[in-house]
Design a protein. Sequence first.
Lengths: 205, 205
Amino acid sequence: MSEQVDKNLAERAKVFRALGHPMRLILLNLIREKPRHGQELAAILSLNPATVSHHLAALSNAGMVVSTKDQYYQIFSLVKENLAKTLDEMIYIPSAQMMDSVKEDAYKKKVLRTFFHNNILLAIPAQRKKQQIILEEIANAFEFNRKYSEKEVNHILVDFYEDVASLRRGLIDFGLMERSQGVYWRIKKPSDPLPESSLLTNKED
Amino acid sequence: MSEQVDKNLAERAKVFRALGHPMRLILLNLIREKPRHGQELAAILSLNPATVSHHLAALSNAGMVVSTKDQYYQIFSLVKENLAKTLDEMIYIPSAQMMDSVKEDAYKKKVLRTFFHNNILLAIPAQRKKQQIILEEIANAFEFNRKYSEKEVNHILVDFYEDVASLRRGLIDFGLMERSQGVYWRIKKPSDPLPESSLLTNKED
DNA sequence: TATTTATTTTCAATTTCATCAAATTATATT
DNA sequence: AATATAATTTGATGAAATTGAAAATAAATA
């Protein structure tokens, strides 16, 4: 439940962050006039195309714009529905959920501080609740709607912790990722079931 | 005119940036329930008071909260009026002003790129229009609603450029700062008049 | 196939932000 | 005065964001 809010919270913050740059506000207004492609926007703003691409990616990740491909043009247009809310609505957390959310947040932060240092996992926690927290954190290194080979998965995981096999299995067990014939992909927030298995018990893969 | 928009743009972006952090969203919701002081908020969130202070300063600078002093408590409360707008309204720039704004922005960026490197002023431009741009940039290093001694002013300016006397005089001439008996303060955007004097002509101070 | 055009990704340099400890400022209490 | 409490500022450190050059993709066209 409070999970839901927390998740939401991070996502709301992401929207605000995406809007928190003057150049991106100009981009949105140019796109509002009519859908445009990156090259055009870069020309208008006399900006490096790569820079525009970065900005558009941020806006796209936050759901403020969508793009469709037309020939070799990527045409960006505004998602007006997502701009209809007031700041107030974007910010609001029902007070019933507040304390849960706050406590959850404080607990998570404590666990992450304990088990991570400089983005490196010091050890795999013994408690499943804590495993869940650290695995959710690690899962964020993977994008949604993308396939990863096992090699790619390992490459990402080894930066966190040497025992990539345990991490990989944990991500699957906790429903954060799925695998089919050697291909992995991230899963869109499961309904938070604690799995039977623990990362510290059955070690085979 | 397009100045007006640009200025606005930066300010709007600042509001979004202030809202672009999960912790600050929680802070706003806690403050919404009832006005609170920093210590209380820090305790609830098990956060260092200094951290809370920084967050509240960001929210305050963006106009999302105000504070009143009561004994030695600084009580923060929500500015609901500023949360009533939709994202759309916050973002919108009338298309008439768009092109002006864009051109202005591109020009400014070009001038700043030419005359600054790593936040250091390479030279004082000869044209007053460009002087204005670089001085406005430098003026941002000073806060509003604060007094600075000449020593403090110099200390800030010397990081930009050795000839602090010229910069100081420029800030005054262009109406970006005012001085009275050795005390300086920043001025709230004048109506952009180009002064008669140029930084490169009369050099006495 | 080779070349052009648009876009994205990767990498590196730089800047800005987040966080907390320590020092400082301001007010209240003894 | 000395002590206690709240808040802010400063400094250090790590994390994240911005930017653009260069390389990699992808589609169109000669």
